[in-house]
Design a protein around this ligand. Sequence first.
Ligand code: FEO
Length: 169
Amino acid sequence: MINEKMEKAFNDQINKELYSEYLYLSMKAYFERLNLKGFVNWFNVQVQEEHAHAMGMFDYVHERGGEVELEAIEKPETKWESPLACFEQVLEHEEFVTSRINALMDVADEVKDRASLSFLNWYLKEQVEEEASVGDVLATLRLIGDDKKALLMLDKDLSTRTFVQPVIG
Ligand code: FEO
């Protein structure tokens, strides 16, 4: 049976993951407006990944005999100054999520929940990958500057990203 404090921490994180899904869906809409279909595809994969992250925790809490109570999802921003500004926010957001996963692991440590620690290791590794892949796009956007042709080339690159259903835990 999952500890009450651990259960609450997972419930909070499920909300954060669903917010991530919502934020990236809003960013996807922004790139639809710009007609940059490769970026749209990139965010579409991101949306599915965040949903999988939330559901991984949703299922885990139940597996441990706990309860999930969903809270309201915060309204995300809807507009960005530029693709660069948008990706700066993505990186900032992923760094925030990493700090939340670390906090969740602190709770698992505190209540001596080794099963949750082991489960959360997957999320920790995933955050390293997420920050790296976002950092790559961000670095390219910084190089691109105002070069529209280079932006279209990046857009083409991003159109090849595909979603692979993760095996969590
Ligand atoms: Fe679920 Fe992008 O972290």
